[in-house]
Design a protein around this ligand. Structure first.
Ligand SMILES: [Mg+2]
Length: 179
């Protein structure tokens, strides 16, 4: 399989950075908010207000790794070979976002630095023999609809929120089910 790995919400802790930029706690301590993708709705702000503090190269550069990031990249590299991995990430419209995402991967995962695809249209990359690792339900659904495989990384903001504390085990069993 050729494997496409999402950044934000999978290896990059985008929402933690957004929470700091907005000086608001993440709304996912409240079980009523589990599975709600649109954090701005839970904060009661518009999408434009949500993205405003994220519109700089510095914001994207300073995003921390998720606690599972190294484990995810190691597991996928071991199971599929680094030559079969690519980063598949949807940059926002901020000037510098793509640059910053390149620098971020160079810093943390230099082996993947030359293997980055930037698009929000993830389904267009899908097809038989392709596997998406992503935290957004609709991306996974699109990928499967186009004949690919997808594993939704469990997070509190998606439909697999019940297992969000167990990302690496869930990914491992998802991979086992594919083979
Ligand atoms: Mg994502």
């Amino acid at each position: 399989l050729k494997v496409f790995v999402d950044m934000d919400g999978v290896i990059a802790s985008f929402l933690d950075a957004a929470s700091i930029a907005h000086n608001r706690p993440l709304p996912y301590d409240n079980p009523a908010n589990y599975g709600v993708w649109d954090t701005e709705k839970l904060w009661g702000i518009t999408p434009a207000e949500f993205w405003a503090p994220c519109n700089s190269e510095e914001f994207w550069l300073d995003i921390p790794k998720t606690s599972e990031a190294d484990g995810i990249v190691e597991m996928l590299s071991r199971d599929f070979g680094a030559d079969n991995l690519a980063i598949l990430t949807a940059p926002n419209q901020a000037p510098g976002c793509v640059n910053a995402k390149r620098k971020w991967i160079q810093k943390y995962y230099p082996a993947l630095a030359g293997r980055m695809i930037f698009t929000a249209a993830k389904g267009l990359v899908a097809g038989p023999g392709k596997l998406l690792i992503d935290d957004k339900d609709s991306n996974c659904e699109e990928f499967r609809a186009a004949g690919g495989f997808a594993i939704l990384v469990p997070r509190l903001w998606n439909s697999r929120h019940a297992t969000a504390s167990n990302v690496l085990d869930e990914l491992k069993s998802g991979l086992e089910m594919l083979s």
